[in-house]
Write a protein that binds this ligand. Sequence first.
Ligand code: GLY
Length: 438
Amino acid sequence: MRILLVGGGGREHAIGEALVRGGAELYVVSGHRNPGLARLAKDYGLARETDVEKVLSYAKKFGIDMAFIGPEAPLRRGIVDVLEENDIPAVGPNREAAKLETDKAFARAFMERHDIPGRKIFRVFDDVSEMRAWIDDFGKPVVVKPIGLTGGKGVKVVGYQLMDNEEAKAYAEELIRKDGRVLIEERTDGVEFTFQVFTDGKRVIPMPLAQDYPHAYEDDRGPITGGMGSYSCSNGLLPFVTKEDYERAFETLKATVEAMRKEGTPYKGILYGQFMLSKEGPVLIEYNARFGDPEAMNVLPLLKTPLMEIAEGIVDGNLRKAEFESKATVVKYLAPKGYPTKPVKGVRVEVDEGAIAGTGARLYYASIDEDFTLLGSRAIAVVGIAGSLDKAERIAESAVSHIRGELFYRRDVGTRESVEKRIRLMKELGREFEPNSW
Ligand code: GLY
């Protein structure tokens, strides 16, 4: 079967590898030639992933049977709708359903309409004085969010990127003036985790939980990035997420899929819930309409069910199962020095692929060209996979030492110390629980 993968990051390299492992003949369209995908693909088209017409004509030219959409930006453009109108089924939600990610005001109102568990207090404002008065009345720390996609970089939280509610009001005013609207939410304290599921619009099949490290620098400092690494544990949970928390978060995702179906906009593809585990339990921070990057690299190498079978199940409305190996994983991303604010670009890096293979780690390429030139975003990921998190972390760490160039990474992703810090944070919030072993 000829599969067209749209996107060229680390997430897409992992998707492409899983598709080929499942028997796909792979075709790729992305903005640059990812060296890993270029080796897997039968043909590689260069185009902006949001250029829906170009993607469609590429798909027609190569007689594509099914498409798999990696990033969110083409979903917002309605790429799935256009492909389907041309009889090319696609893994990913159509434009209306993708609003769960692409329109944060829609997502919050939808949750409220359907009484979906894991909600937050929120308001959407288009009027500056109403927004200011509401924040004053509310009194507690808030989160200010642009309504649309910002690559995870536009959200600002009081106590982190914003000093106090005064700064929040100023930022919210800026957004109203720029975008016409802004979303204000209550701040939820806790530890974040990622819950990804496959769905055909009815059935919802969970993947192992993962935890992302969004800050650029060690000890969770520095600017927010797309994610500098992530880990998952062999039991599919996280050390600080109990089975009961897991079930509650799963309930949120299942209720979401059910409510989307009832609204007449069935959601199919991958649904990713970004949750905050608060003192009271899991709260949905946001929906994403695709795999996480890096979190795709935690789950896809563990997939025992061929991704092709899952993809066909999603598009046919006949999704049956997705089984994963019971192993821990640690992803470490190497990014150009200066990322995310002033990344080094245009310089070459050296990757000793043979030595990395010798460590047992997986290697995924992202924002790097076929000649190994850095393009400015997260460039290369290594993934350690083992029976325990400690071992997986050591494997990832040894792989990093075989990559040279103007890059940096977070040594602390998946380390015992950083996991213990997260457990401590939950206990300090007043949660009583016995950490799962990892
Ligand atoms: N790792 C965060 C994201 O994929 O949105």
